[in-house]
Design a binder for this molecule. Structure first.
Ligand SMILES: Cc1cc2nc3c(=O)[nH]c(=O)nc-3n(C[C@H](O)[C@H](O)[C@H](O)COP(=O)(O)OP(=O)(O)OC[C@H]3O[C@@H](n4cnc5c(N)ncnc54)[C@H](O)[C@@H]3O)c2cc1C
Length: 494
């Protein structure tokens, strides 16, 4: 592949948001767009391997060539190794396919100038084709790139069916459309998924690969961006590493879409972050921005073990229905994780209890200036009494539903010595380089995704969210990149 020396726009990271923004910005044939992706890339839709398409599996197991991992401290006592997508399509290429919109209330925390719920709704709608003919068309798209599908009632996994019965018998309403703006805050509902005919349709498949033939767009895989380069405070390009060789690509517009762990790490390596931390690592300070990597949020998730009374041969997506109650989301996973992720040793079947409005705020700091060394990531989960109480209440509710007559034909519920023993994370990390008002010294971006203190650098990915939404972030990531493209002058999709 010939190297490129200049592009009008460089997009760092071909993940969920990077694929969307690159596709949208390249609609203007006079603008050259270069996507630099750390993991493997593909030359077209048909080049994407079956392993990445198969929505019934998550290709993140030991030795997966599609992920990068980092060690994270969830609490002072609990560390976990966490995977993120490292491939064209990003984390959306390896995820569970749950594609639920954030709630209107979630946007109260976003800058109202550009990101109120009324302003983002058209971008949710424009990004999707909802395949369910019974949903209200007013809230749904029929021509957008991302398909949205719900498992039909008659095809539901027996465990999903029993869980839905258990929840409705316990008095929870059945929410027909979790993506409707008026969806009840509490209730059980079918999960909208970005799945079509068993394929997990990620943003590379939906947005970027279909337009890869455009003369003005170029995708370069296996390319790690080491740092942004500046002349004063104006960006003039990026330093990249390919096969161990470091070179430079010039551009005066760089969109950082490296995901919520690597975006702050890249900004920090580039001298945008807390000045004293940069100085300590010998990095020249370009902008003193204390919020970079600070104050991120995610969803703590506890695995509640169940014992299946009979094995089902049904091959389903990981999750077909969820229950919302208070601030928790209960996830009746259809199969054991070792059945969903190749290479894991056999473990228990679990239900997940996710805390969707956690007060925990985490930090990402550099261990060194090496772009291949993962940063230090600390979540500070369950430090507040309120979070612990909400999580314990959620676990108790999950166990009550599991023990109800509707479920006793399917599962036994083993005793739990320590209900919080199965603490993990939902892998929804967001807000590590967040948007916010001028008055907030911790905000890194203005309401147009521009990095404060420098010229020509934007962040368009889940790092930019002011806080993680109270639903999984993938649908919101796609909407976010669509809206960001519009803020950069691209006509919105109809
Ligand atoms: C295993 C897993 C399951 C999940 N399941 C769900 C789910 O079912 N539903 C849901 O809503 N959310 C889910 N999520 C979360 C969701 O997928 C992510 O929040 C979303 O995809 C993030 O999009 P992004 O664009 O911010 O980052 P990413 O999609 O992670 O993209 C970042 C990209 O940047 C690249 N990159 C990083 N650093 C560099 C660099 N220095 N140079 C060049 N490229 C770089 C990476 O390789 C990657 O391709 C899951 C996440 C994971 C990891």
């Amino acid at each position: 592949m010939n190297s490129i020396e200049f592009a009008d726009v460089i997009v760092v990271g071909g993940g969920s948001c990077g694929c969307v923004i690159a596709a949208r910005l390249s609609e203007n044939p006079d603008r050259s767009v270069l996507v630099l992706e750390a993991g493997p890339a593909f030359s077209g839709v048909s080049d994407v391997p079956a392993e990445l398409r198969d929505a019934s599996m998550l290709p993140i197991g030991p030795g997966s060539e599609w992920v990068g991992t980092y060690a994270a401290e969830l609490t002072a006592a609990v560390t976990r190794t966490i995977a993120r997508g490292r491939v064209l399509g990003g984390s959306g290429a390896v995820n569970g396919g749950y594609f639920v919109r954030a709630t209107p209330r979630d946007f109260d925390d976003w800058p109202q100038s550009t990101w109120s719920f009324d302003q983002v709704l058209p971008f949710y709608v424009g990004s999707e084709t909802d395949l369910d003919s019974t949903v209200l068309r007013r809230w749904h798209g029929s021509q957008g790139p991302m398909p949205v599908w719900r498992a039909p009632v008659q095809d539901r996994h027996p465990l999903t069916a029993a869980f839905v019965n258990s929840a409705t018998n316990a008095g929870f309403g059945f929410e027909k459309d979790l993506n409707a703006p008026g969806a009840a805050a509490e209730g059980v509902g079918a999960v909208p998924s970005n799945i079509r005919n068993g394929t997990r349709v990620n943003a590379a498949l939906a947005y970027l690969l279909p337009v890869i033939g455009r003369k003005n767009v170029r995708v370069q895989g296996n390319t790690t961006v080491a740092s942004l380069i500046f002349n004063g405070d104006r960006v003039i390009g990026v330093d990249i590493v390919v096969d161990g060789v470091r070179t430079t690509v010039r551009s005066d517009t760089v969109i950082v879409s490296a995901g919520a762990v690597h975006t702050p790490a890249l900004l920090l390596r580039s001298g945008i972050g807390r000045a004293e931390d940069a100085v300590a690592l010998g990095i020249p300070v370009v902008a003193d921005s204390p919020g970079v990597g600070r104050g991120f949020s995610d969803h703590p998730e506890v695995a509640v073990p169940v014992v299946m009374k009979r094995e089902s041969s049904t091959v389903s997506p990981a999750l077909e229905a969820v229950l919302h109650s208070g601030d928790v989301e209960i996830r009746p996973y259809t199969r054991r994780f070792d059945q969903l992720i190749s290479g894991l040793t056999r473990g228990p079947h679990v239900f997940g209890v996710g805390l969707m409005r956690s007060s925990a705020r985490g930090s990402i700091t550099l261990r060194s200036t090496d772009p291949f060394e993962s940063p230090d990531v600390r979540y500070h989960y369950l430090e507040s009494e309120g979070d612990r109480r909400a999580m314990l209440d959620g676990i108790a509710l999950a166990r009550d539903l599991l023990a109800s007559p509707s479920m006793t034909g399917e599962v036994d519920v083993p005793a739990m010595d320590d209900p919080l023993a199965g603490l993990g994370t939902s892998l929804h990390l967001s807000g590590s380089a967040r948007m916010g008002p001028d008055s907030d010294p911790g905000s890194v971006l203005d309401d147009h995704c521009r990095v404060r203190g420098v010229e020509g650098v934007f962040v368009v990915d889940t790092s930019a969210f002011p806080v993680v939404p109270s639903r999984g972030p993938h649908a919101t990531a796609i909407m976010f990149a669509e809206r960001a493209a519009a803020l950069m002058g691209v006509e919105p999709a109809k």
